[in-house]
Each structure stands twice: as structure tokens, then as C-alpha cells.
Design a binder for this molecule. Structure first.
Ligand SMILES: NC(=O)c1ccc[n+]([C@@H]2O[C@H](COP(=O)([O-])OP(=O)(O)OC[C@H]3O[C@@H](n4cnc5c(N)ncnc54)[C@H](OP(=O)(O)O)[C@@H]3O)[C@@H](O)[C@H]2O)c1
Length: 317
């Protein structure tokens, strides 16, 4: 198969588009024909990119891109609940090869039916951002109707889903974004948008039940003061891992795959409650541009197969 593989520690310059062995599904594994895979530049610095789950060192070359949309090509002998030909989206395990390849391996618990209202390139950019927003706002912060939530980075991949989910929960949504993104964030459902470049948010908002911090550092540190007594702060910014303060460490989490949540997210997309913001789509061979061109919104995506082009022209998926 064709794959984009990382040959040393580094950035996009260390990736090569080349031939690689096609994986074979064993046990409960699912082999996916990847139609599209999203770009997550932070993966170049992630621990699992270079380590095994047991703490060993992974050997090069390594395939990045752990969220994808595609079709089930084959299943292992012990795999349950997934059929060859299923049109799915989801995640592969952080500690093994990812989906920037014609085929990748995953497990049933990490995938769900693709939203039917999205094509593969749109669906591939949903899993990480949408699951992170869900797990932050609902699983950890227990956001409920009538509460006030402050969402930092509301125009970003995670923030844009969080605004829409919070709106759907009937919360009062206060968002931070640059002025250029104010209209976009309001259209997603924010009640108030603060331009973080001109207004210190703590002068404009207070008495908040929940803060979702996607920025970290000074933004996170200044956010404690806007919480009402008993309010909760959740952060996803990786710098929290290096902070000694216990409340920061407690506020940090890393997204986990979750089939039920992916199914709920599919349903909310199909019914028009959630609308993903799209980055740009690049041919697999143009992976360097996909990493280097910062998307206006959402994530950049690689389209991987000829079948993707057929589906865009209206052929059955
Ligand atoms: N822990 C986890 O499990 C997890 C999961 C997913 C992502 N992450 C991390 O979470 C972060 C956000 O991810 P993402 O995919 O949403 O990123 P993204 O799409 O790049 O969005 C970041 C947004 O932050 C905004 N921004 C920058 N500085 C800001 C500030 N001082 N105040 C408010 N907004 C600001 C930018 O908005 P403007 O364009 O309006 O300036 C941009 O839209 C990244 O660091 C990512 O690595 C962690």
C-alpha cells in the first residue's frame, strides 16, 4: 500500500510518501480502507508517537494521523459487531501506526457509522475534536441546562464543537475568539463572544459554572478567577502536564476513543445539531502542504483513495 511515513524525530520534512506493508487484521482487529485522514500537527511531539503502550521505544518508520473515515475491508477472526463494507469513521490506537495510508488497523470500540450527511473528507476531521469537546463538557464538567460556560479558542477544532454542544445542552455560551472569527462563533451558537486580543476576558465575564480551556498557560491561569464558587475548569492544553499545581493537573485530560459517543456525534451531525468547520483537503501526495498550510478553521485533511473521488461525483459510497 501507499503510506506517509515518519523516518526520524522531526516535522513534515521527515515524512515520506512511499510503499509500506499492508496491515493484516488479527484477533479483534478491523482493517479499514482509508478514504480520508486528518492532519494533527501536534503528533510530532506526542509521547505515543515514539513509545509503545508498555513504555518501550517504537521503531521507525511510523505512520501518523489517528483519525480517519473509510470502509471496513476485512476483520480479524474474533472481531464482533463490524461487517466488511461498513462505512465508518473513528480513531486508531495512539501507540500504533495511524491512518495516513491506504489501510489502517483499529478495533470496533474505536469506530462508528460515518455521519451520512458528511463525505469522507469532512467526517475524517470530526473524531478527535468532537470527542474532546464531548468528554470535556459532558463527561468531566457535567454541563447542564441554564449553566454559564466559557469556551476558550471557540473558533478552533475543539472549541467549535464545544460551542455547538453547549448550545444544544441549553447552556449560556460565552466564547473567546479573535475579531475575525466573531461572526463564525456566533453562528455556531455563542451568546457572547469576547475578542481575546483586545479584551482581557476576566474583565468581561464572571460567575461562570464551567470553563473549557483549549489554550493553556496564562489563559488557563486567569480563568480560575471567573468561576463561581463550585465551578469547574477543564483543560486540554498539553502544558498542563508540566505544571505542579494539583488543580491544574486534575483539570487536564486526554481524549479517549468511545464508540457510543461517536454514534451520538454522528446522530447530532445527521440531524443538523452539529456542523463541523472544514479546513482544506489535500491529495495524499501533497501531505507537506497539508501540514504547513494552517487552516482557517477546523483541520486539514488528506484524501487517500480513488474511491473518495468517485463518491464526490455521486457514486455510491
Ligand atoms: N488533551 C486532549 O485530549 C486534546 C485533544 C484535542 C486537542 N488538544 C489540544 O488542544 C488545543 C486546541 O486544539 P484545536 O484542534 O481546537 O486547535 P485549533 O483548531 O488550532 O484552534 C485553536 C484556536 O485557538 C484560538 N486562540 C489562539 N490563542 C487564543 C487565546 N489566547 N484565547 C482564545 N483563543 C485563542 C485560535 O482562534 P483565532 O483564530 O480566533 O485566533 C484558534 O482558532 C491544541 O493545543 C491541541 O493540541 C488536546
Amino acid at each position: 500500500m501507499k503510506a506517509i511515513r515518519l523516518h526520524q524525530v522531526g516535522g513534515p520534512e521527515s515524512l515520506r510518501y512511499e510503499d509500506a506493508p499492508k496491515p493484516i487484521p488479527k484477533g479483534t482487529h478491523v482493517l479499514v480502507q482509508v478514504y480520508a485522514a486528518a492532519i494533527t500537527p501536534a503528533e510530532f511531539a506526542w509521547y505515543p508517537t515514539f513509545h509503545t503502550l508498555e513504555g518501550g521505544i517504537r521503531s521507525f518508520p511510523i505512520i501518523l494521523g489517528h483519525e480517519f473515515s473509510g470502509v471496513v475491508e476485512a476483520v480479524g477472526p474474533d472481531c464482533m459487531g463490524v461487517q466488511v463494507g461498513d462505512c465508518i469513521y473513528g480513531l486508531s490506537d495512539w501507540f500504533i501506526d495511524g491512518a495516513q495510508a491506504e489501510y489502517c488497523v483499529t478495533v470496533p470500540a474505536n469506530i462508528a457509522p460515518k455521519p451520512v450527511t458528511l463525505d469522507h473528507t469532512q467526517a475524517a476531521a470530526v473524531p478527535i475534536s468532537a470527542l474532546t469537546a464531548w468528554q470535556g463538557l459532558i463527561d468531566r464538567a457535567h454541563l447542564s441546562a441554564g449553566q454559564r460556560v466559557l469556551i476558550h479558542g471557540a473558533a478552533g477544532g475543539v472549541g467549535s464543537f464545544a460551542v455547538q454542544m453547549a448550545r444544544h445542552q441549553k447552556a449560556h455560551v460565552i466564547a473567546t475568539a479573535s475579531a475575525a472569527n466573531t461572526d463564525v462563533v456566533k453562528a455556531l451558537g455563542a451568546d457572547e463572544v469576547i475578542d481575546y486580543r483586545t479584551t482581557p476576558f476576566e474583565t468581561a465575564v464572571g460567575d461562570v459554572d464551567v470553563v473549557l480551556d483549549t489554550i493553556g498557560g496564562d489563559t488557563r491561569d486567569r480563568s480560575w478567577g471567573v468561576l463561581r464558587k463550585g465551578g469547574r475548569l477543564v483543560t486540554i492544553a498539553a502544558d498542563a502536564e508540566g505544571v505542579k499545581e494539583q488543580r491544574v493537573r486534575d483539570a487536564f485530560f486526554i481524549i479517549e476513543p468511545n464508540r457510543n459517543q461517536l454514534m451520538n456525534i454522528s446522530h447530532l451531525i445527521n440531524t443538523g445539531v452539529l456542523r463541523p468547520l472544514a479546513g482544506s483537503v489535500f491529495a495524499m501526495e501533497h501531505f507537506r502542504q497539508a501540514y504547513e498550510q494552517k487552516p482557517m478553521h477546523g483541520k486539514n485533511v488528506l484524501h487517500i483513495t480513488q474511491e473518495w473521488q468517485m463518491s464526490r461525483k455521486g457514486a455510491p459510497e
